[in-house]
Write a protein that binds this ligand. Structure first.
Ligand code: SAM
Length: 237
């Protein structure tokens, strides 16, 4: 079945399974209704990614039509407060929020999120299975910060806090595996609930959400990411 795609700014109506938008994450979130999202999973382009990129511990760039050959725009640490404020506002009561980042960014995000009312449970470790590039204890993991607004039970209480899923090679820069997002989405949402990603990149969150019969709203500032996302969602079941 073809997935309807549209660019309505203010969320979507009941019939739609997904809605994608091109623009700034905070501006887009400001246009969404208060308490309209059941789960937010996101992977912002935090400042210290530039450092990992310089020493070669994150995705190398490549020249191919299939994925971006340009490094994406960075979201400055100074904007996290306004971002987290909007994330807290759009989430319904009793929901979860996951944010992928490194340990440096985790120390910045945690106190801001807590001051807004989120409970911080713990960092979940994404074990990328294969060693990365660089030196000085070569990178093999990333954090997934696990937050809660109100109280919500995880769907499966036997999932460990280390998730071993192989990294993606030669995808969109820092593309996350759908299998990893699938675990988070199935843990913290139910069928037909709305999953949101304001920095969707190549839309791995959206693919996992739609494949698990959730609805998806996503946004990215980069036109190429937006187009890749549309193509990937059209191929979903
Ligand atoms: C780390 S990547 C996301 C990768 C994604 N998780 C995936 O699996 O493909 C971050 C994305 O944020 C986008 N971005 C940068 N600044 C933004 C902003 N101010 N608002 C929205 N998106 C932004 C970039 O274009 C990039 O696609």
């Amino acid at each position: 079945m073809e997935t309807p795609i549209s660019t309505i700014h203010s969320g979507f109506d009941d019939e739609e399974r997904c809605n994608l938008h091109l623009g700034d994450a905070v501006k887009w979130l400001k246009g969404l209704k208060t308490e309209s999202v059941d789960l937010l999973v996101t992977d912002p382009p935090y400042e210290s990614l530039e450092k990992h990129r310089r020493v070669g511990t994150t995705t190398r760039l490549k020249n191919s039509k299939a994925s971006s050959n340009k490094w994406f725009q960075i979201f400055p640490n100074s904007r996290f407060e306004e971002l987290l404020e909007q994330i807290y506002r759009v989430l319904k009561k009793n929901t979860h929020f996951y944010l992928l980042c490194d340990q440096e960014t985790a120390f910045i995000i945690k106190p801001i999120a807590e001051s807004l009312g989120f409970k911080f449970w713990k960092p979940i470790v994404w074990d990328k299975v294969k060693i990365g590039m660089g030196y000085h204890y070569r990178a093999r993991y990333e954090f997934i910060l696990f937050f809660e607004k109100g109280k919500r039970k995880l769907n499966n209480l036997s999932i460990p806090d280390v998730l071993s899923v192989p990294r993606i090679h030669r995808g969109y820069p820092t593309e996350k595996p759908v299998e990893l997002l699938d675990i988070l989405i199935n843990q913290s949402s139910n069928e037909n609930e709305v999953v949101c990603d304001p920095f969707m990149g190549s839309c791995s969150t959206g693919v996992a959400a739609i494949n698990s019969n959730r609805r998806f709203i996503g946004n990215d500032i980069c036109e190429e990411a937006y187009e890749i996302s549309i193509e990937r969602l059209i191929l979903c079941k």
